[in-house]
Design a protein around this ligand. Sequence first.
Ligand code: HEM
Length: 153
Amino acid sequence: MTDLLLAIVHHLIVFGLAAVLAAELALMRPAAMSPPTVKLLGRFDAAYGMLSLAILVVGFVRVWYGAKGPDVYLHNHAFWGKIAAFAVVGLLSIQPTLRIAAWQKGLKADAAFMPPLQEVGKLRRLLLIEIHVFALIPIFAAAMARGIGYGAG
Ligand code: HEM
C-alpha cells in the first residue's frame, strides 16, 4: 500500500513538474513579455521549486521504503543516470530562477517593469535545454524500474 501511494504521488508530482516547465517555456518569449507575464513566471517558478523539492523527497522515500528496497536502485546505473539528469536540470534552472526572482523585485519597484528582451531569449534557450534533459529522466526511470542497468557494484 505504501509503495502504491508513493508511486501515485511520485507520478502526480512528475506531471506537475512537466506542466510547470511547459508553462514557463510558453511564457518565456521576448515577443510575449509583459508585466503580468513576469508575475506569472514568478508564480510558476515558485511552484517549480516546491515540486522539485517534493519529487526529491518522495523519490528518495521510494528508494528506501518502496517495495523493492534501496539496493535495487543504489546498484543500478540507470538510477544514477536519472539522478545525474535530475541534478543537471537543477543546475540549469539556477539562472532562470535567480533572474525571475530579480524580475519580481523589479516589478515591485515599478509596475511597468519589463525584463531586457535579450535576457528573456537567453533564458528561453536555457529552459529548452532544461526540458530536453528533463525528458531523459523518465527514460532512465523506465529502464531502472525493469532492472536494466543493475549491477553497478
Ligand atoms: C531525486 C529524484 C527522484 C528519485 C530518487 C526517484 C526515484 C524513483 C523510484 C525509486 C522509482 C520506482 C521505480 C520502480 O518501480 O522500481 C521511480 C519511478 C519513476 N520515476 Fe522517479 N525519482 C525521482 C525523480 C523523478 C523525476 C523528476 C521524474 C520525471 C521526470 C521521474 C519519473 C519516474 C517515472 C516515470 C517512474 C516510473 C517508471 C516505471 O515504472 O516504468 N522520477 N522513481
